[in-house]
Design a protein around this ligand. Structure first.
Ligand code: FAD
Ligand code: UDP
Length: 375
């Protein structure tokens, strides 16, 4: 029979970071349970049959603006710095993406290096649709760059990915993608961009390497719950599932990953190519470019959006007003749940990146610490 102080459902960032903090700082025995057969949650990585280190659940580009979060994780990993660079494929050619001064020159058919930021800013001012407070993902893009660039890069990619019109998604979805008038062509805007040097799984192994942390894989926490003898539950799965969908099922998006190993060193020029308008997949990822692994063969992964349903993983909460309204009902109910913390992307129904989930887990630890130092 298992016995612990803290039962933790889920061994992704939310669960692993809380286990590490509660074990190392409060001396609590943490039992971390995951129904998958591995640690790391969606950040898990592992070599495939050809020896190529793959991000099993889609590309995970670590980035953060928070020195605190970087320093916390740096206890468990060295870093391999990467300027994440991608391209977009549309109208039969590669485009520089996210939109920047180079993209602008491509669009106008001007020689590389011939335009200035001032010209681009002035032209975008003519193209943009004046909207002061964008209310959705269409408005957030057309208010910055106008219809042509929106239709070239955003409209159909978003329809494929979410099976919703960008008008029906929060501005934060397409608003994640930077738009620049300089030549900075990195996909992400955060000031620290790097991968754990030995991979995510190795980093998680070190986070969990503590005598007071026990990990059980391939088990649903509900099987353990009646026998755990715990004082507190940390829950990091889907919040509607926790409450048996009593207010109705929250919407999620899923994905299907299609890997292909090829007998060439590299397949494409960069680690990720987005396909806004052609094909059923949204992107082809060749993560080798980012990890820096040297091998004579490569593996690419085509990523197909999918409806969430039986047998599918819930990869994305859907940032939209009616989904948030339903989530709020669950959140209000969760507030009343005694001795349970709801932490992480699915338990708080937020389209959060890894660093944000680490931040959320560290904040939850600060909230819990007084309770456990008293007892
Ligand atoms: P998860 O990693 O989902 O972990 C939750 C765990 O709980 C899962 O392993 C699940 O099996 C387990 N669980 C659920 N229910 C139960 C149960 N009943 N019993 C036992 N176990 C249970 N972030 C970035 O910063 N950069 C990126 O480039 C990036 N790319 C992404 C690409 C994709 C395709 C996806 C899906 C996500 C991406 N993310 C990225 C987001 C990142 O994956 C998350 O922010 C992070 O992994 C969330 O951690 P978590 O602990 O909240 O959840
Ligand atoms: N997006 C788009 N075109 C692109 C890239 C992104 O329309 O070429 C939109 C799309 O709605 C996507 C969102 O921006 O879901 C966020 O993109 P990101 O690459 O950050 O998605 P993630 O890696 O989280 O799947």
């Amino acid at each position: 029979m298992p016995s612990c102080d803290i039962l933790i459902a889920g061994c992704g960032y939310a669960g692993a970071v809380l286990a590490e903090r509660l074990a190392s700082q409060c001396g609590l025995h943490c039992l971390v349970v995951d129904r998958r057969t591995h640690i790391g949650g969606n950040a898990y990585d592992a070599p495939d049959a050809a020896g190529v280190l793959l991000h099993t659940y889609g590309p995970h580009y670590f980035r953060t603006n928070s020195p605190r979060i970087r320093e916390y994780l740096s206890q468990f990993t060295e870093w391999h710095p990467v300027d994440y660079k991608i391209l977009s494929w549309a109208e039969g050619r590669f485009w520089q993406f996210p939109i920047n001064l180079n993209t602008f020159e491509q669009l106008l058919g001007r020689p590389a290096g011939s335009c200035t930021s001032e010209e681009m800013t002035a032209t975008l001012a003519e193209w943009r649709v004046p909207i002061d407070l964008p209310k959705n993902s269409e408005e957030v893009i057309v208010s910055q760059v106008g219809w042509r660039l929106y239709e070239l890069f955003f409209k159909n990619y978003t329809l494929k990915q979410w099976r919703r019109d960008p008008k029906d998604l929060d501005p934060s979805v397409c608003g994640r993608i930077p738009i620049r008038t300089n030549r900075d062509d990195r996909y992400l805007a955060e000031n620290f961009q790097a991968l754990p040097r030995d991979g995510y799984t190795a980093m998680f192994r070190r986070i969990l390497d503590h005598p007071k942390i026990e990990v059980r894989l391939g088990v649903d926490y509900r099987e353990i719950l009646p026998h755990a003898g715990h004082h507190h539950l940390v829950y990091t799965g889907m919040i509607d599932e926790y409450f048996d969908h009593r207010f109705g099922a929250l919407p999620y998006r899923s994905l299907r990953f299609e890997p292909e190993t090829l007998p060439v060193e590299y397949f494409q020029p960069v680690m990720q190519v987005n396909y806004p308008n052609e094909h059923d997949f949204t992107r082809i990822v060749e993560i080798k470019h980012a990890t820096g692994q040297r091998l004579p063969v490569t593996t690419i992964v085509r990523e197909y959006p999918a409806d969430y349903g039986p047998g599918k993983e819930a990869y994305y909460p859907i940032p939209a007003p009616e989904a948030r309204a339903l989530y709020e009902k669950y959140a209000a109910r969760a507030e009343q749940e005694r001795d349970v913390s709801f932490v992480g992307r699915l338990a708080t129904y937020r389209y959060y990146n890894m660093d944000q989930v680490v931040g959320m887990a560290l904040a939850e630890f600060e909230k819990l610490r007084p309770k456990f130092l008293r007892t």
